[in-house]
Design a binder for this molecule. Structure first.
Ligand code: ASP
Length: 322
């Protein structure tokens, strides 16, 4: 018998629409607890309501609690984990678990775009699909997975792309790594190995700043006068910034505050290509760390994890870069 640990954390999948006001909010009881779903043969579910939170309330500390609970379950011999989660920050929790736990067993996150009593509610279907994926042998060694709307995405690259559409989760540049079909769970891509860092704390202030045409350095300058442990910048194009930001960036770098750069572009990777003032080459020479292929919210978690692990400045560059 395969034991699958199910951790419910809240989100729309556990919410209900008020028929009078149209407002969606947590139900008194989690509708997933007594949901009638089909479970694959030889699978037993161990179900826990670990949190009942809308996902904008999820903090790195909740992610750490989930990581610790999963590690305890691994020791107890579970063969897979399914986490139900609000979709707003689902990609962040998934990325955190992927970076701290990795490939030891299938860990699958799912959610819903329509709450439990709405027409076309996708919650139960996604929940059932996630259980099917978590209990299938091929799901091992694929990193943490997100299963929604018949697609399987890697936690490393997936992102929420639509405010309301059930096909909201997309993996820019690469596409989904697999599909959930009527009869099969199909994987079509392999993941490159990465380094996992297990951590016991999630301390640190790491803001994200987005670049735009006409940006000046005031906001970054203000950060240089407060207590920040790192900064993530969503830069322009291949990884460039308006030159007016450079002086403020230098103030942070002198204080040995790591600055991680990602692109605000949805597809492709950030790399130092341009050799003009504020161009990627100058930024890299100044000590800004280029983070290739993940978005800013994930780069922020990656930096948080690296700092809490205590990586040296040199190791940090390699870890963030890859
Ligand atoms: N706002 C909701 C949440 O993330 C959205 C969802 O679950 O789909 O909790």
């Amino acid at each position: 018998m395969k034991k699958i640990l199910v951790l419910h954390t809240g989100g729309t999948i556990a919410m209900k629409e008020n028929v009078l006001t149209g407002g969606v909010s947590p139900d008194v009881a989690n509708p997933l607890m007594d949901a009638e779903i089909q479970i694959p043969e030889n699978v037993e579910l161990l179900v826990e309501d670990i949190f009942i939170l809308p996902s904008p309330h999820i903090m790195p500390n909740h992610m750490l609690i989930l990581k610790n609970r999963i590690q305890e379950a691994i020791k107890a011999g579970v063969s897979g984990v399914v986490i139900t989660h609000g979709t707003d920050t689902l990609e962040e929790t998934a990325f955190f678990l992927d970076t701290t736990i990795g490939e030891q067993l299938p860990i699958v996150l799912t959610g819903a775009m329509r709450s439990s009593n709405e027409l076309g509610s996708d919650g139960l279907y996604n929940f059932e699909s996630a259980i099917r994926v978590a209990s299938c042998a091929e799901a091992k060694d694929k990193g943490v997975l997100i299963v929604m709307n018949d697609e399987i995405h890697s936690a490393r690259y997936v992102t929420k792309t639509h405010t309301t559409n059930v096909a909201t989760f997309r993996t820019p540049t690469l596409g989904p790594i697999g599909l959930v079909t009527k009869n099969r769970i199909l994987f079509m891509q392999e993941l490159l190995p990465t380094r996992h860092l297990d951590i016991a704390t999630v301390d640190g202030v790491i803001p994200i700043v987005k670049a735009y045409a006409g940006m000046h350095g005031e906001l970054i300058e203000a950060l240089a006068h407060t207590k920040v442990d790192g900064l993530v910048i969503e830069a322009l194009g291949a990884g460039n910034l308006p030159p007016q930001t450079l002086a403020a960036l230098k103030k942070l770098l002198i204080q040995k505050i790591p600055i991680v750069l990602v692109s605000r572009c949805f597809n492709g990777i950030a790399e130092p290509v341009y050799d003009y003032s504020g161009g990627g080459k100058e930024l890299e020479d100044m000590g800004v760390i280029f983070c290739d292929s993940i978005n800013s919210q994930k780069a922020r978690l990656k930096l948080l994890i690296a700092l809490n692990y205590g990586l040296s400045a040199k190791e940090l560059v390699t870890f963030i870069h890859n």
